[in-house]
Write a protein that binds this ligand. Structure first.
Ligand SMILES: Cc1cc2nc3c(=O)[nH]c(=O)nc-3n(C[C@H](O)[C@H](O)[C@H](O)COP(=O)(O)OP(=O)(O)OC[C@H]3O[C@@H](n4cnc5c(N)ncnc54)[C@H](O)[C@@H]3O)c2cc1C
Length: 385
């Protein structure tokens, strides 16, 4: 597949670029900052709505879902253009990239209308309730229980690490509906509005800062959920979960490439001439070349694990080297280590310590590095379990 000099892709990129020049909100209109991954300030909601209306939110989707039926290379150009201008795609990344995307694949027509479209238009925000205290990497061991009686589920259990739950309107929650079935078979996916009686969200700080409230514990006690909120068939939640995390994975590596590109620029003063800085440049090039290969036909989906592992670990290593190189100066919080851009997320330009601390989001969330290594070993290298 030839990526460069494709007139159709370049024309697409130029049209998006012209749209951004014409429509992007100026800094004066975008002062309010987001406080969590489901807290979308008013200006960012209006901006996401504009992207949706004009078919630039998820270009690969049809117009009714904020797109224009773009090809994969065109979608790549779209994300590259956003990254190049340091525009954060959505301040509700789980809502846009995972939950709305899952509803578009698995939801009923009514669920798409009632939940997916409002999430895409940033009228409501969503959080992802998968992990539990005893079920993270091994998600299939989740224990939150939902009992169906007539047309209503009653849900009891606890979720954890639920990013942005305290600001979200709805949770896509994975629950056990059949405790007798084999582990993967008895799971279902439910949409639970956060205002429902019995839902308690308790935000807590992160390694980045005590006052960095994105994580939540979510307690569910006798929460009543109508059957119409079941996403996908009863007992087919595992398929929804895999689909949820699989969404947009083909281009997920681009977000790591973006972080690496930021590091190349932001650490240039201290890294130039250093071996770790040369490694950073090589890792970025390797990631890009491997990522572009994903656009070709007949790729093994397990290759995406190579990209996630390489990208997330390269970000972590380079952030650590920059942190070490700056010594005690790297610690102050909050601090700025990159240029401010009002359309970006400040987390990405915070102190060197914070940038390093936040790099663990890459190596833990969405499948830890160890899990990626297991996938690569078994599915790409053919090693025994
Ligand atoms: C920034 C961030 C945001 C998150 N947001 C959300 C969210 O919005 N919603 C949500 O549901 N969850 C979220 N999570 C949780 C995330 O999905 C889990 O942390 C992740 O799945 C790992 O699970 P765990 O923390 O329970 O660790 P565990 O699964 O207990 O793993 C502990 C350690 O054991 C290792 N390990 C486990 N199993 C194996 C194995 N089979 N082979 C080798 N090593 C193994 C792991 O790699 C890890 O080092 C988020 C996490 C982070 C860091």
């Amino acid at each position: 597949m030839k990526l460069a000099d494709d007139p159709e892709v370049e024309e697409f990129r130029a049209r998006f670029s012209a749209f951004l020049d014409a429509r992007m909100p100026p800094q004066a209109q975008a002062r309010e900052r987001s406080r969590s991954s489901a807290d979308v300030p008013g200006w960012a909601r209006r901006w996401q709505r504009t992207l949706f209306d004009e078919g630039w939110l998820l270009p690969g989707q049809p117009p009714e879902y904020g797109g224009r039926n773009a090809t994969l290379p065109q979608q790549l150009a779209h994300l590259e253009e956003l990254a190049h201008r340091r525009i954060y795609h959505s301040f509700n990344p789980q809502g846009l990239g995972i939950i709305a995307a899952s509803l578009l694949t698995f939801g009923t027509k009514e669920q798409k209308r009632r939940w997916a479209v409002p999430i895409l238009r940033a009228e409501i925000t969503a959080a992802l309730g998968m992990s539990e205290p005893e079920a993270g990497s091994d998600l299939a061991s989740l224990r939150t229980r939902a009992v169906l009686d007539g047309d209503t589920f009653t849900v009891n259990g606890q979720k954890i690490w639920t990013s942005g739950a305290h600001h979200a309107d709805v949770l896509l929650t994975f629950v056990r509906t059949d405790p007798e079935a084999p582990r993967h078979k008895g799971i279902s996916a439910l949409l639970i509005p956060t205002v429902t009686d019995g839902v308690v969200r308790r935000p807590f700080g992160s390694i980045a800062a005590e006052d960095d409230h994105d994580f939540n514990e979510v307690f569910l006690t006798d929460v009543r959920v109508p059957r119409e909120n079941l996403v996908g068939p009863l007992g087919e939640g595992w398929r929804v979960a895999n689909g949820s995390l699989g969404h947009e994975r083909t281009l997920l590596w681009l977000s790591y490439a973006e972080r690496l590109q930021d590091l190349v620029r932001d650490a240039a003063d201290i890294g130039s001439g250093q071996e770790w800085y040369a490694t950073l440049l090589m890792d970025l090039t390797a990631l890009r070349l491997l990522g572009y290969r994903q656009l070709g036909p007949d790729r093994n989906p397990a290759e995406i694990s190579v990209l996630k592992l390489l990208g997330s670990e390269a970000v972590q290593t380079a952030s650590l080297r920059a942190l070490e190189a700056h010594g005690a100066d790297a610690l102050p919080h909050p601090a700025r280590t990159g240029p401010y851009h009002h359309m970006n997320n400040e987390d990405f330009i915070s102190s060197w310590f914070e940038r390093y601390a936040r790099s663990f989001a890459g190596t833990i969330a969405g499948g830890t590095s160890e899990i990626q290594r297991n996938i690569i070993a078994e599915r790409l290298l053919g090693l025994p379990r």
